[in-house]
Design a protein around this ligand. Sequence first.
Ligand SMILES: O=C(O)c1ccc(O)c(O)c1
Ligand SMILES: [Mg+2]
Length: 605
Amino acid sequence: MPRTSIATVCLSGTLEDRLDAAGAAGFDAVEIFENDLLASALPPERIRERAAGLGLTIDLYQPFRDAEGAPAARFASVRRRMRAKLELMERLGADTILVCSSVAPDTVDDDDLAAGQLRQLAQMAAEHGKRIAYEALAWGRHVSTWEHSWEIVRRADHPALGLCLDSFHVLSRSAALEGIARLPGDRIFFLQLADAPRLGMDVLQWSRHHRLFPLQGGLDLVGFTAAVLATGYTGPLSLEVFNDVFRQADPHRTAVDARRSLIALEDAIGHTLTPAAELTGVAFAELGVDPESGPRLETLLGALGFTHVGQHRSKPVQLWEQGDARILLNSGEPLAEGSAAIRAFALESADPERSARRAGELLARPLPRRRRRSEAHLTAVAAPDGTEVFFCRRAPVWREDFLPTGEPPTPSTGITGIDHLSLAQPFDRYDEAALFYRTVLGMADDEAGEFAAPFGLIRTLAIRNADRRVRIALSVPVLRRGDWAPAVPHPQHLTLATDDLARTAAALAAAGVPVLRIPENYYDDLDARTTLVPQLRAFVRATGVMYDEDAHGQYLQLFTPVLGSRVFVEVAQRVGGYRGYGFANDPVRMAAHRAQRLAGAAPAR
Ligand SMILES: O=C(O)c1ccc(O)c(O)c1
Ligand SMILES: [Mg+2]
């Protein structure tokens, strides 16, 4: 296992906060970013001690800028600066300094000059027992590719000078990795890892604001890291992520997310973890309710054709069921926010113990067993936002915790199961959540999008298992909401699958349960851009159904108002093999939910 390291620049807070978080998350080492050191009140010796006390070595000091290609008149000051930093590194106990390729306008475009100067600096470093790792910034003035930095390192030909490879700089320029695998591993002094979403933008801005931890973005971190390891490189895998959200998020959370990304990366390269067990479906979704929302949800579920089939032996939890859709209403636990919320869901796993083991290996927080005598043991872990994820067998052992109510079955309205869960994420947990669900559950990205909702841009990402029986849609506001918008909740929802939406809608109408009203403008546009048969066209407009289609089929969706403050129910019918989630309808749907709240919609009876 390579050692793991994280640059202090990835994290938020004082240098002490950052070191503490890196140590607590189990990293072996840190890169100290110069600005973080300058802002610290601790002398370098205390920083070294604090790191050591946390089990961390300081493997890199960085960055040293505008060194190579300096005009002769300026190079004297480069040498003076380098000497000071080498002395600082002595006090810090760091043995490698990163020199990044020059960006200064006066930099001379001359490889021999650059190599000669780096050779001099390497000689100074060697005299202090230190090494220099030279990194090509993708926006370097004259040196901007790893090939070019390698050419200069070769020309300099000094044992104290090697390469720093940074996945972002390499992969933002080119996806070709063959050359990297042929590098001599002992000339790579340091390896920095960062992923990023694929954005068509200026590379400096892209790097300084949008880097992500490995497997959170769209770059080939697996291929890149495997290529570097193939060289025989034995240094640390070190995360260096400049990210606007992480810069202001809880550093302890970020550090765990960061470590998880490296654990998952190593697994993606070398199958180091317990493999994900096959998931065969959603066993249940659990809604936390309060005295106001609980009865409303009971009324809604009854109207939707669910039967209250069970009552938990020891807790105020009801089990409602229709087809393969099972919903628990839990009125016994405090609700963190809102008056009803998706607090848990259970996934049917071919091997729940294995699922839980993998989750633990990926640093998922285990939840205390909610077991009492005679109650089925369910393994559970907390997702980043606190949602509880249970793993259970397909044979529903957990149902034995529920005593039958003996209530007569409600006639079905066509609902067959849980189609997907839509989990709105807290602003600074989104990339963490995506990585968590992907890696812990072994699921793949399905559909991603960004749309302009009435109160700000919303980003969505759907993740699913191989046979689409488990689907989770994540969403988040693109920017942290300001003073005005907090009044506008970003609700979660539970999507129930029906094989006959007309029947489900008729049952709701007959029970007098209101559905969300969709503006006429939406239907006028729908008529303009689709060629639905007249009967379907009339049905969707009259019923408040939203419509989407893809190459495989059609999607019909109906929504309840928001129940309480942060959850609603969607009922959806997939016709043919439609694969999406109706994301395109979300802006209008969100505006309709807002309008309904402002109008003080009559609560469900
Ligand atoms: O954005 C920068 O300037 C910068 C500095 C040091 C690095 O290692 C890097 O990858 C980028
Ligand atoms: Mg770097």
